[in-house]
Each structure stands twice: as structure tokens, then as C-alpha cells.
Ligand binder design. Sequence first.
Ligand SMILES: [Zn+2]
Ligand SMILES: [Zn+2]
Length: 437
Amino acid sequence: MALETELYDVLGVSSTATGDEIKKAYRKKARNLHPDKNPNDPDAIRNFQELGAAYEILNDPNTREVYDTYGMQGLAGPGGPQNGQDVSDIFAQFFGGVPGASFSFDFGGPGRPFGKRNKGEDSVIPYEVTLEDLYNGKTVKVNMEKEVECGVCKGSGAKGSAKARKCVACEGKGWKHVYSQVSTVRIATTRASCNDCHGTGEILREKDRCKKCKGEKVVQERSRQEVHIERGMTDGQRIVFAGAGDQEPGLPPGDVIFVLKAQRHESFERSGSDLLATVHVTLSEALLGFDRILINHLDGRGVRVASPRSKVLTSGMTIILRNEGMPTYKHPDVRGNLYIVLEVEMPNEDWINSVDHKALASLLPPKRTDIEPLPEIVDEVAFEEGTLAEVRARSFPADSGFFDQAFPSQYGEGDENDWEDDDVDEDDGGPPECQPQ
Ligand SMILES: [Zn+2]
Ligand SMILES: [Zn+2]
């Protein structure tokens, strides 16, 4: 029996109408009430919208049920009558008055609808691994604790032959509709677990509860599991222990899922099955070549490389070490490449002060001379070292207290009363002082 019939009245059907009758009534009314057909009626748009909204609520069995049980109040938001809102206000808000506004309902929301779960909750555990772990593979033992069905009460939660009773608050469903107003014309509907029975739909009296699990139906059980991190696994990869998760009475247990979180490596970057590393070479190596262990690999191996004769190396030059990248997951013998970016290290001042400059100059390529033709005016400017951070800091005159000082002038001569006008165009109020030139 419906509490209110207003929405039914809008559609012109009885509160016992079938879904088909509601659909038919809506189609017929929509044709008659369409604003294009009623150009002289100032309420045409509103009437049409009300019809649409009424139909949307009654056409969906979930919202219709809520409306039948709680009326518009039930659709207005959590808390219902306690929030002291007048039903007609809610009705007005709900239907808005905004031409072209649309109505929508989000059912279920993220995650599974309550009561439709077919196994226990999964446990997702982030697990930090190093790049070495992912390159070499690793087996770790972890202690796990999970919920299993209580053996004493066989998962009923009850003592002896005591029986749970149907939860009154949710009528045994274990969930209730929760409504939240997204905007004046939009109400989101989600299902929320019933607080009274914690989503079980049943309530067990204190004295009827199983002693071992205290009516929880499950008990904690510890176990030790081996987690195999396989060669070539990647950041974010999931290692699933099917059925190792929490068990809920009457359902198969959930899974335990380890999600790998790769830590940053100080020498290597990974891109799929390729690796990238930066190697510093000296000026001598850049000019005369090298033949040495360039890098210690992730498995501890030294990787020796010789550069070709007469090859001048520059900063940023990249070399490819084929098949020295990451192993491929499930095919660890197939490996990507290791890319090495060379960075030429210049010698320091101690070195330059210790050598004969003339002798060095005679060996090095010649210095650059002044550009030709010489400009008419040439100024001498002092050489001074600087840092970019200083330059950036100086480029903006505003310091942290800038806005406090400049506040009154930002919006002209006005006093506080100007702020009552919410339509102040912000473009007019920009402080000219803070425009970087
Ligand atoms: Zn028990
Ligand atoms: Zn309940």
C-alpha cells in the first residue's frame, strides 16, 4: 500500500498499476504535455519535467518500492523526516524548475550490490619489491591471518539450537537504500549495508550467541604462505592466492591478492623489459675510449664494455647493451635491452692547476675566437656564477606577504561592502602589480 500517491496522480494511474500500465500512461501523457504542444502554457516545461521524473521513479522497481514505502521523503536523502524538510520543498527541489535539466539515478554505485556476493571479501595487500627482486625472482614467506568459519557453531553464530531473527530495520535484506542529493535536480541512489544487522539481515540476541566466535560466525586463523615473485614481474602485478582470503559463512572464501609495488632503483630505470642507466665517463675516456666494467648489474654481475677506437663520446650519447634488460615474465630467457646514457665528467680544478696549460693547449683543438665581423660596440662584462633558483626568485617582486599588503588596492577604492556583490567580475579586479613584465 503506497504512502503517497502524488507521483501516481501525475501519471494518472492507480498505485497498484503494473509496470506496463505505467509505461503506457507515461507515453500518452508525454505526448499531450509536451511543451511544443503547449506553447501558451507557462507551466508547460515544468509539467513535462514532473511527468518525466515521476515516470523515472515509478518505472524503476527499486525507486518505486522506496517511494511506496517512504514517499518522497524516502527519496530525498538520508535521515528522512529528521532533517525537518517539508515534503513539498523536497518535491520542488527534486523537480527543479530548470528547463532542460535532466534526472538521473545511480544504482548500485561502485562495487558489488549487497547480498549478491558469491564469495568472501578479497584481501588486497600491497607488497614492496626492489628491481633486483623483479630481475632475479624471489620467494618470501608471509604470515597471513584470515577469517574462517567458526567450527563450534558451524558458521551460524548461534549457541546450540538458538535461531537468529529477521532484522526489522532492513526487513531481512541486509541493506537499505541511501539517497544523497547531488544537485537540486539530481538524486543519487546507492545501497548501503544495514547498520542494525551489519548487512546480514538477521539479528541474534546476546545470550543466544556462540561462545567461541561471539556470534561473529567466523574466527581468526593464522597461516604461513610463500609468495613467489617471478622474474620479469612488473609494478602493479597481482599475485593471487585463490581462496586464501576471509571466509564468510555459507560462501567460499575470498582471495588474497598481493599487488607488487616496485621501489625506485638508484641506478636503473625500467621501461617494460628494457632498462636504462646513466654511466659517467671521464674526459680521457670520452676522447680515448674505454674498456672496463661499465655497470654492476641487478644480479651482481659486472658488465664489461669496450668502446670502439677513434670514437669520441659525448654527454647524452646512448649505447645499447642487447639482451641485458629485464627478463620477460614467464619467459625469463628472453630479455630486453639495457640502454646506457653516457655522461662525460670534466676534470676538476685540482687537475687543471696541476698540468702545463701550454702543453695541454697544443694537444687540444683550438679555442674559439671572436665572431667576425666584430660588432661596433663591445662591452666588458664581469663573469659571475649564478644559480637558476636565484634568478627565478628575483623575477617575481611578490613575496609571501604580498597579498596581505596589496589586498585593498586589488579591487579599487571599495570597502568591504563591495564583497556583498557576488557577481564581481574577477577579470576587473586583477592586481596590476603582480603581472610579471
Ligand atoms: Zn561460533
Ligand atoms: Zn538489517
